[in-house]
Design a protein around this ligand. Structure first.
Ligand code: 1DF
Ligand code: MN
Length: 354
């Protein structure tokens, strides 16, 4: 499991492509806009904790991230070649436009999507794009999903968990789900820092970021979407969760038992009966990626629970840019067909690549 006990080497060519599905970029002006949000005191504690750090720290990791996250040409392609990554599925880094006021968010989502589409046109065999949308304006988000699908060649949508404390489980956001389902665009539900009502005990312990707060908030976000009945209303909708499904597959038995018990007891107005068990929606309406988790046992468990067709590879470049992890994953004790599904064919099918 350690990242340091193997001598670094280049991953050998294998008989599959490696498609990395949760790879971040930032257009050149995003950081200036983030700096302005921070200076204006308009950001919540989570955004401030995350981006005040990444925009100013002199430590090696934030420097690496600042240096490479904006590159969509030579440097990134060189890193991909070095790590044996054939294709990156790119998305605007978290929290994307979701920290901005509604009008700025709508217009910057368009700008970022145009910018990403241009990079995909420059490198059509190496990059695939997911469209950013502004949940602050669900009608405009739905229009941007249509534009992304029909004009920009986008292969899915990126949304970062909550939007200023509001979750997509609220029906006011469901135009976004309707458009995603109509245009057959999977939604990658990517982490964000926990919202103000949740974050304090995380911050006290330094646990608000990718180490734990991200996963708790994003798992909650996904579970709220399930229990709100979104998939009874939009049965074909597909979501993608990183970080081994933000631990939800591991919880599935308990979610089913307690959901059934809670509904039967009529305990909450907000928890209505569903057509299926929570675990059924996890298996039929979600894909998971291993972003951040280069750990064979967890991946094999997810494959067993979700089905081999629903678990995909992600590196999380440039946040977790570790060559040894690619080698570790190449060496998983796994049938050739299943490893190819993990690295290549699932992503080709989900994001309509090739
Ligand atoms: C971090 C991790 C930041 C992930 C990210 O976007 C991110 C991090 C701001 O380590 O602070 O996407 N991640 O998905 O694990
Ligand atoms: Mn990520």
């Amino acid at each position: 499991m350690s990242q340091n006990d193997i001598t670094p080497q280049r991953p050998a060519k294998e008989d599959y492509k490696r498609i990395a599905t949760e790879e971040a970029f930032a257009p050149p002006d995003l950081f200036d806009m983030y700096r302005k949000v921070l200076a204006d005191g308009k950001a919540d504690a989570g955004f401030t904790s995350l981006w005040a750090f990444y925009l100013s720290s002199d430590a090696a990791r934030p420097q690496h991230i600042r240096k490479y996250i904006q590159d969509l040409d030579t440097a990134r392609l060189a890193h991909m070649d070095e790590a044996g990554i054939d294709i990156q599925v790119l998305s605007l880094t978290s929290p994307g436009v979701q920290v901005f006021d509604a009008d700025t968010a709508v217009s910057y989502a368009r700008t970022a999507n145009d910018y990403l589409a241009e990079a995909v046109r420059r490198h059509p065999t190496r990059f695939v794009g997911l469209a950013a949308v502004a949940p602050q304006n669900p009608a405009e988000a739905a229009k941007e999903i249509e534009r992304g699908a029909t004009q920009l060649g986008m292969k899915g949508i990126i949304v970062n968990s909550h939007t200023q404390g509001e979750y997509l489980s609220d029906p006011k956001f469901w135009d976004i789900f309707a458009a995603a389902e109509a245009f057959d665009m999977p939604i990658y539900l990517h982490p964000s820092t926990p919202p103000p009502k949740m974050i304090e005990p995380f911050m006290e312990a330094g646990l608000d970021g990718a180490i734990y707060g991200f996963g708790v908030d994003t798992g909650l976000s996904a579970l709220r979407i399930i229990t709100a009945g979104v998939f009874d209303r939009f049965p074909k909708l597909q979501l993608v969760l990183g970080h081994m499904g933000e631990a939800l597959p591991y919880m599935a038995y308990r979610l089913d038992y307690m959901h059934r018990a809670t509904v039967a007891a009529n305990r909450y107005e907000s928890m209505k009966p569903l057509k299926k068990r929570p675990s059924d929606y996890l298996r039929e309406n979600f894909y998971v990626t291993n972003s951040g988790v280069a750990w064979e046992q967890a991946i094999r468990f997810a494959q067993e629970f979700m089905g081999v067709d629903r678990v995909m590879y992600a590196m999380d470049y440039p946040y977790q840019h570790v060559l040894d992890e690619v080698i570790t994953l190449d060496n998983m004790n796994m049938a050739t067909h299943d490893k190819k599904a993990f690295f290549q064919t699932n992503a080709e099918r989900v994001f309509k690549i090739g």
